[in-house]
Design a protein around this ligand. Structure first.
Ligand code: ATP
Ligand code: LTN
Length: 328
């Protein structure tokens, strides 16, 4: 059976880009594959400096993951810091990736530039090594992610190939899987930048648990362009094309065929807002129910951690043996 792994950081509220680019595929994947999904709190630590926030965000994110439809009887949903093998293999990965490779990572360049005068941790730089550990520990064949994570899956493949050729066949070589539509949802106010939890201001971001009137307002105010033609052209008409992509992801029709149905931006904006509200309403309702029973969420995460650990322990051991570390 195909093994799937993907993770999400508890850095802020989950948005439409996370859902269409990643979470939705995680849910559909659980019916055909053996799936593992992690809440990567240690990755979030690379940009978190306040005490006592990550735990609460982790529990909240768990509610969202179950609310979008991950079934705890099918999917293994776990918290990264509950499975210490991630840190252990993470160090090994750090010793198999070069300073030059890490320096070329777009996410590091963007995030460190954005932080300007703020603290740029060494963890932000070595982040992809820990991500490689997340993936390789589970012998994942597929990693369902948004477009922005392709480079990180690519470096994971390079590390795995390097390990296998240095120490003998140990790791499965994973591949990134991105959706046909929704792999790169753009910010509604700055349609040339991706919708991101860590953007400045939230007028261009649609949160998964946002109330319908606020969602409708944000779509009405979405930035388009000064022409009047509805056409799907991501380079020249990023705002309009982003709306068409979102509408397409919610309805299943292609962006090109949707474009031919509209002559005005106004109705495209309203319909896209309505389609998003219809998609998100059941998720919002389910999440608020789940959040009423935090003890149950914690229990589900403990079950997930046990299942994750039983796989991760074996892989770590295989890696240590391949290297030839003296075992106790
Ligand atoms: P941050 O801005 O803090 O980096 P993020 O919004 O990018 O956060 P992550 O937790 O890093 O969210 O990503 C979770 C998943 O969502 C990843 O698979 C990522 O590729 C996907 N994703 C994030 N933003 C988008 C987007 N705008 N469009 C499509 N997929 C996205
Ligand atoms: N880097 C990813 C989150 C992440 C991840 C992973 C994704 C950490 N470990 C393993 C897939 C597989 C991000 O910033 N979106």
């Amino acid at each position: 059976m195909t093994r799937v792994l993907s993770c999400i950081q508890p850095t802020g509220d989950v948005h439409l880009g996370n859902y269409l680019g990643a979470l939705r595929n995680w849910v559909s994947g659980q019916h055909q594959a053996d799936v593992f999904h992690g809440i990567v709190d240690l990755h979030a630590l690379t940009i978190t400096d306040q005490p006592h926030v990550l735990g609460e965000r982790t529990l909240h994110l768990a509610a969202v993951l179950f609310a979008v439809g991950l079934d705890p009887n099918k999917a293994t949903v776990f918290v990264q810091s509950h499975v210490p093998e991630h840190n252990q293999l993470g160090w090994v990965m750090e010793c198999l990736v070069s300073y030059g490779e890490l320096s070329r990572m777009t996410q590091f360049k963007d995030k460190s530039a954005k932080r300007e005068a703020e603290f740029v941790s060494a963890g932000l730089f070595t982040y992809p090594a820990l991500q490689a550990a997340d993936i390789l520990l589970y012998d994942a064949d597929e990693v369902p992610v948004g477009d922005d994570q392709r480079q990180h899956v690519e470096i994971t493949r390079d590390i795995a190939v390097r390990f296998n050729s240095r120490f003998g066949e140990t790791f499965v070589i994973p591949r990134a899987v991105t959706p046909k539509v929704g792999a790169r949802v753009m910010d509604l106010q700055q349609p040339t930048s991706k919708m991101s939890k860590s953007s400045d201001g939230d007028a261009g971001i649609i949160y998964l648990l946002e109330d319908p009137s606020s969602i409708a307002k944000k779509f009405k105010r979405a930035v388009t362009d000064s022409e009047n033609e509805v056409r799907y052209d991501r380079n020249n008409k990023p705002g309009v094309s982003n709306l068409l992509d979102i509408l397409s992801a919610c309805t299943g029709e292609t962006p090109e065929s949707l474009a031919s149905k509209y002559t005005q931006y106004g109705s495209l904006k309203t319909d896209t807002g309505d389609a998003v509200v219809a998609t998100l309403t059941p998720i919002r309702e389910r999440a608020s129910e789940l959040l009423q029973d935090k003890a149950e969420l914690a229990r589900l995460l403990a079950v997930g951690a046990d299942r994750a650990r039983s796989v991760a322990m074996k892989t770590l051991s295989r890696a240590y043996d391949a290297i030839g570390l003296l075992r106790p």
